[in-house]
Design a protein around this ligand. Sequence first.
Ligand SMILES: Nc1nc2c(ncn2[C@@H]2O[C@H](COP(=O)(O)OP(=O)(O)O)[C@@H](O)[C@H]2O)c(=O)[nH]1
Ligand SMILES: [Mg+2]
Length: 201
Amino acid sequence: MILGRSERGKPPVEPVTLKILVAGGFGVGKTTLVGAVSEIRPLRTEETLTEAGRPVDDTSGVEGKHTTTVAMDFGRITLREDLVLYLFGTPGQERFWFMWDELSEGALGAVVLADTRRLEDCFAAVDYFERRGIPFVVGVNCFEGAARYPVDDVRRALDLDDGVPLMMCDARERASVKDVLIGVVEHAMARSADRRQTVTT
Ligand SMILES: Nc1nc2c(ncn2[C@@H]2O[C@H](COP(=O)(O)OP(=O)(O)O)[C@@H](O)[C@H]2O)c(=O)[nH]1
Ligand SMILES: [Mg+2]
């Protein structure tokens, strides 16, 4: 017998798909994060850092890095059978800012990745999402060798609003990245629920 519907007699669910941006400074682990969780082979547009790009691409602190994402990272993760996230990594360098408005179209929320050794590199992303009212969480990518700071110190250094979640993570670990992504979805949903409340009361 052909089971057109699921064995339990429920119609198959059409998953909700949500778009999440992954932002942060150059070399903070955006490509790594998307690659760690994506079920599809991440689409990457990496280019070898050239001599010409060297004065613009500051690799101090990430000396092992020889490629840079020129367009974007793209990946997909199924959080539940009815919830699929599409991940879009934003290009880290300032000369690609023009792409951000395009990429953030229709996004539910964002992850801003931060490295405590170069915290200032994510200020621009934090500003961008704050200014546009796009819900975001900050993921502190814990590189080994980087000093661990108390969450409150990092929050203060980033001047984060109280409502913005900040999570420690490891961009190489699927489980860790998944927690951060669940954090974004929950934060965005809580924020939109708050807004509905404000409208009706
Ligand atoms: N030790 C460590 N290295 C990482 C981590 N995340 C990324 N990296 C490395 O840091 C470098 C930059 O990461 P990448 O994902 O390319 O950064 P992007 O420029 O933000 O896309 C790569 O060599 C990664 O392998 C991490 O959590 N721990
Ligand atoms: Mg990258």
